[in-house]
Write a protein that binds this ligand. Structure first.
Ligand SMILES: *[C@@H]1O[C@H](CO)[C@@H](O)[C@H](O)[C@H]1NC(C)=O
Ligand SMILES: [Ca+2]
Ligand SMILES: [Ca+2]
Length: 155
């Protein structure tokens, strides 16, 4: 192989190996890897506000779901842990009613993935401004921020 070509091959291989390594991300004890992220699952429930504070304390963000594969994996993790209702999602319309923005960048939810259940978000009682993943119904819902749900930390 002439040298220009072999250099190119070398670069491609280095690139592939580093991608593979970064996907096998090492997570701290008590955190679980999926894709390029680490997740921690709470053993107790908390209001949305406390969930955000706990996330901050963990140097993590509140769960945001970006793909169906990620949602399916989270769903499974919640089920094996016996979570009965739902987990908070890092999405809120507390600033402007009906406009859910992601907490991590204060804009619209990142990516194109959405999985609101039929009829949701419905702002029930004019008092639902925090999004959650509803485990039994396998979809997203807006809920009262003062409800207590399990927390999935993501980093
Ligand atoms: C609105 O959403 C709540 C959950 O947040 C649900 O319990 C309720 O049934 C929904 N209402 C309607 C009319 O769909
Ligand atoms: Ca609302
Ligand atoms: Ca709702």
């Amino acid at each position: 192989m002439e040298s220009g070509k072999s250099q190119l091959w070398f670069l491609i291989i280095v690139c592939l190996v580093s991608t593979a390594v970064s996907q096998l991300r090492n997570c701290e004890k008590g955190w679980f890897p999926f894709g390029n992220h680490c997740y921690k699952f709470s053993s107790s429930t908390a209001t949305f506000k406390h969930a955000m504070i706990f996330c901050n304390n963990h140097g993590a963000e509140l769960l945001e779901l970006h793909t169906k594969a990620e949602e399916d994996w989270i769903d499974l993790q919640c089920r094996v842990r016996g979570y009965s209702y739902g987990v908070w999602l890092g999405l809120s319309d507390i600033q402007t009613e009906g406009k859910f923005v992601s907490l991590s960048d204060a804009r619209k939810p990142r990516g194109n993935f959405r999985n609101w259940m039929k009829g949701e978000p419905n702002n029930s009682g004019h008092n639902e401004h925090c999004a959650m993943y509803w485990i039994t119904r396998r979809g997203w819902n807006d809920d009262q921020c003062t409800n207590k749900l399990n927390i999935v930390y993501k980093k």
